[in-house]
Design a protein around this ligand. Structure first.
Ligand code: DX5
Ligand code: ZN
Length: 214
């Protein structure tokens, strides 16, 4: 599996988002857009117009959109149209995961499901044929800058054993140390937010992470 860095813009400086993304872009694989609705999580972030603006600014970049919203089936098409290349929604947010995955793939992009720390990973087994990626939350979703939950490491190991060659993504509290722990456990896609964007030298941090993965 290719090891990938997915840079979360949630903690970037929105007054100069383009510059912030530009400073890490040559060293990352995906731009991670966190969509929060104030219902599924206790925070509101941004919507499809921002995803579209990022896509327009960097048309060649892979956009990885993480929906932390209720009723993702209702909004998925907006995020497909905005230019997402990968669309991930939460298992806990809908009883219609199968049809939502199917529709996302029919739109010609990759589909994935995310699980909060409390959700048992084997619940995704019936959906395995329809998944391009699994996102394991390593913090409670809703905010950047939280501490990695080490108890999620066995869940990553279990996901790799159950699902084989699929992208297994981790999100929350990823830094140099936790990236290595998650990598050893079997993850291959690493969402990194504040470790990159809250730093004075964003590209130096991206170089560091890259060197751990390549
Ligand atoms: C949290 C979001 C994350 C967040 C990660 O709910 O899904 O993508 O931006 O930020 P850090 O890396 O700061 O934990
Ligand atoms: Zn995320």
């Amino acid at each position: 599996m290719k090891n990938k860095i997915s840079a979360s813009i949630l903690n970037a400086d929105f007054s100069c988002l383009k510059d912030d993304v530009q400073s890490v872009l040559p060293l990352i694989d995906e731009i991670h857009c966190d969509i929060m609705d104030g219902h599924f999580v206790d925070n509101i972030s941004f919507g499809a117009p921002v995803v579209e603006a990022v896509h327009q600014a960097f048309p060649g970049a892979v956009i990885d959109t993480h929906l932390m919203i209720d009723e993702p089936e209702k909004y998925r098409d907006d995020f497909v149209k905005a230019g997402s290349d990968i669309l991930v929604f939460h298992y806990e947010a809908t009883p219609h995961a199968y049809i939502t995955l199917k529709r996302i793939r029919e739109a010609g992009i990759q589909a994935g499901i995310s699980v909060t720390p409390a959700t048992e990973i084997s619940l995704l087994e019936p959906l395995a044929p329809f998944l391009d990626r699994i996102l394991i939350m390593t913090v409670e979703p809703g905010f950047g800058g939280q501490q990695f939950i080490p108890e999620m490491l066995p869940k990553i190991r279990k996901a790799r054993a159950l699902f084989g060659d699929i992208d297994i993504q981790v999100d929350g509290g990823i830094n140099e140390k936790t990236l290595l722990e998650a990598l050893k456990a079997g993850a291959n896609v690493f969402v990194v937010g504040s470790y990159l964007f809250k730093s004075d030298d964003k590209s130096e941090r991206a170089v560091k992470l890259r060197s751990l993965l390549d």
